[in-house]
Design a protein around this ligand. Structure first.
Ligand code: SF4
Length: 219
């Protein structure tokens, strides 16, 4: 068992090293404040970051990029401001649900939420209607600097193509694969997830993967 675990650790470390050597630090997630990172994590569901950026700019220009002011905004106005991010009525409601938790249970302070530690804060976020595991883990890792692994479709697709996980692999089992076999290190998890996104977008495309140019060719 120990040798199996160390071989998985070696494999995951090799993958990380190959991506990092080829692509360098990714400086992800963009956001001026932890609060902005959390807003971005909700807005980025099912859309590109370019669209999220436009929605965030709208919120900043309107002077409402803060928990209390965003919470006080009528839903219709919030939806109008985040319109560039798509699914704006649904996302306005999701943002409001998150803000309700933050304002009513944590005095509007993310630090109060995150200071409970990873498991308790994750449970709280997952109780919010519209926040799933990927969104919750993105907030915890990139805004809270807590050591949780963010899994996305890019990661699962590449791992499946290398037969590291099977076609039934879901969010939970892939997250565990990384968390059980790598050091509990928020900086490592931060960079690792960002590198998967880069590899997924640039090389491991849904159709016609560019394996010949990919840093993971040969893994
Ligand atoms: S593009 Fe090819 S080499 Fe790169 S991760 Fe995908 S399957 Fe692997």
């Amino acid at each position: 068992m120990a040798s199996l675990q160390s071989s998985i650790t070696d494999l995951l470390t090799d993958i990380y090293n190959r991506m990092y050597s080829a692509l360098g630090p990714q400086h992800w997630w963009p956001g001026d404040t932890p609060f902005e990172v959390c807003v971005g994590a909700i807005l980025t569901q099912n859309t590109s970051w370019t669209n999220v950026s436009r929605a965030i700019d709208n919120l900043k220009e309107a002077g409402v990029m803060g928990a209390a002011s965003l919470y006080a905004l009528p839903l219709e106005r919030l939806a109008e401001l985040i319109r560039p991010a798509g699914y704006y009525n649904i996302k306005a409601q999701r943002l409001h649900n998150f803000l309700t938790l933050l304002m009513e249970s944590y005095d509007g302070e993310l630090e109060n939420l995150f200071s409970q530690g990873l498991e308790a804060a994750r449970k709280e976020l997952l109780s919010v209607n519209g926040i799933g595991p990927e969104t919750a883990d993105s907030m915890l890792l990139y805004a809270g600097r807590l050591p949780t692994f963010v899994v996305d479709a890019y990661t699962i697709r590449a791992l499946m193509r290398h037969d590291i996980v099977d076609e039934n692999a879901g969010y939970h089992s892939v997250r565990e694969l990384f968390m059980d076999n790598l050091p509990e290190d928020a900086e490592l998890f931060n960079e690792y997830h960002a590198l998967w996104v880069n590899v997924g977008k640039s090389f491991c495309k849904k159709s016609k993967p560019r394996c010949d140019q990919c840093p993971l060719n040969g893994v």
